[in-house]
Design a protein around this ligand. Sequence first.
Ligand code: GAP
Length: 555
Amino acid sequence: MSEATTNAAKSMDDIMALCKRRGFIFQASEIYGGVNGFWDYGPLGAQLKKNLKDAWWQDTVLTPPDGPDGKPVSIVGLDSCIIQNPKVWEASGHVGGFNDPMVDDKETKQRFRADHLWGFFILPASDGSADEFRLVFERAADDPSFAPLFTCVAGASGEARDFLTSNRKKLFKQLKLKVTSEPSESDEHAVMTLEKDGQRYIGGLAPVSSEALSQSHASIPSPFTHSAGQLTPPRAFNLMFKTFLGATATEDDIAYLRPETAQGIFINYKNVLDTTRVKMPFGIAQLGKAFRNEVTPRNFTFRSREFEQMEIEFFCHPDTTREWYAFWRDTRMAWWRSLGLTGDNLLLREHDADELAHYAKTGAGTSDIEYRFPFTAPGFGELEGVADRSNFDLTQHAEHARAKLEYFDQERNERYLPHVIEPSAGADRGVLALLCEAFTPDPERASKVYMRFHPRIAPIKAAVFPLVNKDGMPEIGEKLHKELRARFGMVDFDPKQSIGKRYARMDEAGCPYCFTIDSDTLSDQTVTVRHRDTLEQDRVALDKVGNWLAEKLTS
Ligand code: GAP
């Protein structure tokens, strides 16, 4: 099976069930019925997320690779507040511009993001190829008058495709359409040929643009009832959470929960320059919570209202943005690969000029590192963005705060406002990608599934099992457990249940190595080591287990 098929075939319901069962992720406020868009991390999830964030801090702040000039890259860390002076968000453009276009269904009162709407378009067939039709569907999405829309689905491309696949028979029957060729599994647009009264048609999925929704909302079918005439035109909805500072709670006391960690870096850029010995080019890194009142939180933790970001703002001379952009894009892509996202589920996608965010100039570029989640498959969802932010943010803060933010470059004998390359990753989306990638169904195992985490990020690094709870085995096990825990962190110790059940539990937790103390241990001072991925078992000397494990975890 190809990687693509593998992830498309994984069931998100099964992954979510395992996350709950094993204590990776729980619905927030679950005992009160939950709260939409918020998730809590259980013991295994909290450790997995910490391992991811630690790896990021280690590899980007403490030991980044050498830069494009062959010199060590200079980066320092920061931990700024979630609540800042509200003027920060006016300057950054978030008060005026951080809006999602949102559409309401007037009948069902449901709401969705305008840019999440997929339409199924049907065209009379010519002799065109499937590739030509794919282009036609993309164009259809931007042109309100282009093609008759049959039905609409709100969500990721994979969800639209799944909906169409499972409801096709019922939906097509109404229009007396017969499917004469099925779409291929990897075709995001789900292009298929259809027939009615001897006439051939081509049908396929494409996003419905906000422009099309603005102009033709009355004739576009609702994604909830599939009837036209119910949708409002898209309306702007600010995504920042508001709160009040102090007891009076008037309009003057409004403050915002940060929607990104980046601005905390920009407003401290001068402090860092003045208090450390950093020189251009250099980066400031920060990880922490961000909050967005997402219109439609969905797909497990993928789009949450509270999430964590891992962001670097890398300041450089304007003439060097291209090389730093390319450096960070490639470095970040390689980093995700190093954590086990090795197959073709990971994709680097350069943005088209018309996709650029308000802060991104057309200079060096913007790209997304995307992952093929089971709910986006065969399409991809964003994991990290790498953007050339030019000097947009520093210019804005210099103006709004009337601050002098220019840098005097002694080497160049030049004063300038640096440009910024920003690699901005989501820790929660990272964890979700690692969970989806690791999830490996295996009908041969007692657990029927195991989590194939890269050992570096696996929450439990090893487990120690006395085969039976007597004959001195628990004591040997306890001693080994203590030693391994002191060196490697989370190590499981379990003297109860059948050995098969204990292995199954560790398979679901994604523990790469289990050490069993058995009767041979008593005579020859060796233990059995079981390898999670291959199920192989061999023996290691009891006093060498620590070093053996250290080598395995770092190789
Ligand atoms: N400072 C730039 C910035 O915030 P972004 O693309 O809006 O850019 C960066 O966010 C990353 O944060 C995304 O690639 C994604 O991983 C994560 N992210 C954004 N919104 C999110 C949400 N609602 N839930 C979970 N993660 C989110």
